[in-house]
Design a protein around this ligand. Structure first.
Ligand SMILES: [Zn+2]
Ligand SMILES: [Zn+2]
Length: 135
């Protein structure tokens, strides 16, 4: 049995796709106030992951409370070895997850103003505009 499969995972993975034992084995490196973002390290390979708060044991006073569940799924994001976590841009990984979770890109154009991007499968808007909550 392999100890972890960090290398095979995409940049963003649902936290619930991971074995619980692996999540429990992670070492906490840093966290922002109220645990909104947490940086953890895999003890087997050293890969750093940013974990979203688990909604099952998360304070309802959080900013995420009431947000649509599909916009804020509980994700684990890979933090590249050379990235400075304070300035880590999580947007690309979250958008990549959005595309994968919606079944890819469709054939129509995004309906947002002058946007020329292709819309998400089954959606009127491209991934960027869907992510930004348009309309
Ligand atoms: Zn690992
Ligand atoms: Zn667009």
């Amino acid at each position: 049995m392999r100890l972890c499969d960090c290398e095979q995972r995409p940049a963003a993975t649902s936290l619930y796709d991971f074995p619980e034992a692996w999540v429990d084995s992670l070492h906490l490196l840093a966290e922002t106030p109220h645990g909104r973002r947490r940086l953890l390290r895999c003890p087997n390979c050293g890969q750093r992951w940013q974990l979203d708060p688990d909604p099952r044991n998360y304070s309802p006073s959080s900013a995420l409370h009431g947000a649509p569940r599909d916009k804020w799924p509980c994700l684990a994001l890979k933090v590249p070895r050379d990235a400075d976590w304070d300035h880590f841009d999580e947007r690309p990984a979250r958008i990549a997850y959005l595309i994968a979770s919606r079944g890819g890109i469709g054939s129509g154009r995004c309906r947002w103003r002058d946007c020329t991007e292709l819309a998400l499968h089954g959606s009127a808007y491209c991934p960027e505009h869907t992510y930004d909550g348009v309309p």
